[in-house]
Design a binder for this molecule. Structure first.
Ligand SMILES: [Zn+2]
Length: 216
């Protein structure tokens, strides 16, 4: 098989009772990933503790907005972008990845111009965030029976998959071990980093194809 790379990411957590078990499975398989956390969830001390646990296990912590309710491109005021981005970044605090990883809210994982507003993009550039999207969305929350097959099919189609899974109730957890085993059996190379193809901004510059992801 052609060499396939896979980066696993876990969005919308942390979630008590789920994130711990995701961490166990990843630890058992010696895979490092990124957890894109929702800022509001960190207001609960126990939940914030799960982020710290993920960080100390070597996973990267990224910002997945403060409220995860309205996509930045659907509410283009600068003040909203700052609240959503910086509100989460403050709560993540010293556990943030040094490159300030940020993943916009996609509204059911959709990619499109609703992801960012122009003011949000300017803010992410000015504050040196690394904005990371995705290219493998198996819809673990919507399709608990079929998402592993969807994920594998997509992995086989491209050189480097950046997979979005969810460490929330009723999503990837039940079949995550099976996915890891199947990816291992396929001989994929697990990466923690992200390819330029899914990196919209980094170090104050536009990297990937950002045009289709900004509501102008
Ligand atoms: Zn999300």
């Amino acid at each position: 098989m052609t060499e396939r790379r896979v980066t696993l990411t876990f969005d919308n957590g942390p979630t008590s009772g789920v994130t711990e078990r995701v961490l166990d499975l990843l630890g058992g398989a010696k895979i490092l990933s990124t957890f894109f956390v929702i800022g509001r969830k960190l207001d609960d001390g126990a939940t914030a503790g799960l982020m710290k646990q993920a960080h100390s296990a070597g996973h990267w912590i990224g910002n997945h907005t403060l409220s995860h309710t309205v996509a930045l491109g659907d509410r283009p005021e600068l003040a909203y972008a700052i609240d959503e981005i910086e509100g989460a970044q403050q709560r993540i605090g010293k556990f943030a990845h040094p490159e300030k990883l940020f993943r916009p809210y996609g509204n059911s994982g959709r990619l499109g111009p609703h992801l960012l507003s122009r003011p949000a993009l300017e803010h992410l550039l000015a504050q040196n965030f690394r904005t990371v999207i995705w290219n493998n969305l198996p819809e673990d929350w919507r399709d608990p029976d079929g998402w592993v097959e969807s994920c594998i099919a997509q992995v086989l189609k491209q050189d480097w998959s950046v997979v979005v899974l969810h460490d929330v109730e009723n999503a990837c957890l039940v079949r995550l071990g099976e996915l890891l085993q199947r990816l291992h059996d396929l001989g994929v190379i697990f990466e923690q980093d992200f390819p330029d193809a899914v990196t919209l901004t980094r170090g104050g510059r536009i990297v990937g194809p950002s045009k289709g992801y900004i509501a102008d």
